[in-house]
Design a protein around this ligand. Structure first.
Ligand code: ADE
Length: 285
């Protein structure tokens, strides 16, 4: 079977990916030959005897910076023209990147036959590498991880599952959360009643159009409550607007469930974020 995409991951910690690649959908896709994944050890491209890939920053300051030489060597090697994968995208994972989203995953799945994911560490890579080697810099969220490996796993998973033949049923990717611009609708399975909790009767009636309308309305309801910003961006039909008006009336009548923003933080719990630090942070565990 033809390989659909090749993903090369340049990392200081290849072993972090092993369980994930064997046991997930990606593992199945690899076995089925839909996906090629290669874990590449960054240190193999350092020529000195200790395989050093980092050095202290010019200008002083904390932390270490990933050096140009091993990274240029690695990418020149990995990018070497390959007839099988002419469309290569080199993606650097860092907290300073473009926010990752379903739209970005779709672009990568559509445009690239090969992805090279570069997992940063420490204070990041030398700026000259950033400016020369990468097609994109991607962040998976506004928080700082200890390295790019978890982010690379997220990107690999989100992109690979969009490739034809990777999910068991290609249909399932089309309807799920974010593919339509809003959340997915709620799902139920047997039993019909579990500890007094009943499946909504409309789902048992077999009336296809009514079920579809109910699902759309529930998807809109959840999105409006948790991510109202998504509703503002999505193209709404006349029927959607009617449903949103009904949802607003129902909410006004009922009082709301939990809303976007979550539980307020208890006083004194903040640490490592420039705040009180009373609970001791990571070292205090
Ligand atoms: N490396 C560290 N934090 C990251 C983030 N939020 N996204 C991508 N790569 C990262």
């Amino acid at each position: 079977m033809r390989v659909r995409m090749q993903i090369d991951i340049l990392t200081l910690f290849p072993e972090m990916f092993e369980g994930f690649l064997v046991h997930s959908i990606l593992g199945r896709a690899r076995e089925a030959g839909r996906l090629g994944i290669r874990l590449v050890q960054w240190r193999d491209y350092a020529l000195d005897k200790h395989h050093v890939v980092d050095d202290a920053p010019y200008g002083g300051g904390a932390g270490m910076v990933l050096k140009c030489e091993p990274l240029f060597r690695a990418l020149e090697d990995l990018r070497a023209p390959d007839e099988t994968f002419p469309q290569t995208q080199v993606v650097y994972l860092s907290p300073q990147g473009q926010p990752f989203s379903q739209a970005v995953a779709c672009e990568l799945a559509r445009d690239a036959r090969r992805l090279i994911l570069v997992c940063g560490h420490y204070e990041g890579v030398d700026q000259r590498a950033c400016e020369t080697l990468f097609d994109r810099e991607i962040s998976i969220g506004d928080y700082v991880l200890t390295g790019g490996e978890l982010a690379a796993a997220v990107v690999a998973d989100a992109v690979a599952r969009l490739l034809p033949g990777v999910l068991g049923n290609d249909e399932s990717a089309l309807h799920e959360s974010h593919m339509t611009g809003i959340f997915d609708h709620p799902h139920y399975t047997r039993p019909e009643v579990f500890r007094d909790l009943a499946v909504p009767p409309i789902l048992l009636g077999g009336h296809h159009a009514k079920i579809e309308a109910w699902r759309r309305k529930e998807a809109l309801r959840k999105t409006l409550r948790v991510r109202p910003d998504l509703i503002e961006k999505v193209e709404l039909s006349k029927a959607d607007r009617k449903m949103l008006a009904e949802i607003a009336r129902e909410a006004a009548g009922e009082g709301q469930g939990p809303v976007a923003g979550g539980t307020p933080e208890a006083p004194g719990e903040r640490d490592r974020c420039g705040q009180s630090g009373e609970t001791g942070g990571i070292e205090g565990l």
